[in-house]
Design a protein around this ligand. Structure first.
Ligand code: B16
Ligand code: MG
Length: 216
């Protein structure tokens, strides 16, 4: 029986990847480093500090831990200015309808995002009240593909991972869900998300019916 659905944020609830792209690009330009959309793909689902390492990999000089912390802070400040403009219209297609039917059916809803800005983004989307648990990435020791953040969300909801479904758009996220012992729904293409139990091309194809069938 389906007890809970645990969502990733970026690429599933809303598309913040574009803002991450713009903010990292701004920083890379200041540092005179190349940065393009292909590189941005590699940052999806990856933590802020790990993302910075990827942005800096073409650099000829090395940076101290203090400098890195300052660079990450700078990127986050411009990212935060951008996400101020998020509105409920930025919910990805079908998400509002799905969250409403989950609530109606009394199925618990959680968030397992690597983003420290997730609570603010949910608020801007007008979606906070649909989530009974938002796992804090700061209290997970390891990032995705480690299952920790998904297990944290399930624990907060009091749900058995075996009765949970995770929804993700990144390969590492699907691996994390499967390692947590949950059923994995992938949003994207088979090239990256072949390991998902159910693969959908877009969030518009999500429905409570399909999720319940997956658990049956
Ligand atoms: P922050 P997700 C991830 O969100 C993003 O995909 C990734 O690009 C970002 O670096 C990470 O959050 C951390 O975000 O800098 O806001 O803490 O896909 O796990 O929802
Ligand atoms: Mg994602």
């Amino acid at each position: 029986k389906l007890e809970a659905v645990i969502f990733d944020l970026d690429g599933v609830i809303t598309d913040t990847a574009e803002y991450h792209y713009l903010a990292w690009k701004e920083l890379a330009e200041e540092l005179g480093l190349p940065f393009d959309r292909a590189k941005n793909e590699r940052l999806k689902g990856v933590s802020r500090m790990e993302s910075l390492e990827i942005v800096l990999e073409d650099s000829e000089r090395s940076y101290t831990a203090e400098e890195k912390a300052e660079l990450a802070k700078r990127k986050n400040a411009s990212y935060k200015r951008m996400i101020e403009h998020i509105t409920p219209a930025d919910l990805l297609p079908g998400i509002r309808e799905l969250l409403m039917s989950l609530q109606e059916q009394g199925i618990a809803v959680g968030l397992a995002s690597a983003s420290h800005n997730a609570p603010f983004i949910l608020e801007r989307l007008g979606a906070s009240s649909w989530f009974q648990a938002v796992a804090d990435p700061g209290s997970a020791r390891k990032g995705k593909p480690d299952p920790e953040i998904f297990l944290l969300a399930a624990e907060m909801l009091g749900a058995d991972p075996a009765n949970c479904i995770g929804v993700e758009d990144a390969e590492a996220g699907i691996a994390a869900i499967r390692a947590a012992g949950m059923k994995a729904v992938g949003i994207g293409s088979a090239a990256q998300l072949g390991a998902a139990d159910l693969l959908l091309a877009s969030t518009a194809e999500l429905s409570l019916d399909k999720l319940q069938q997956l658990m049956a």
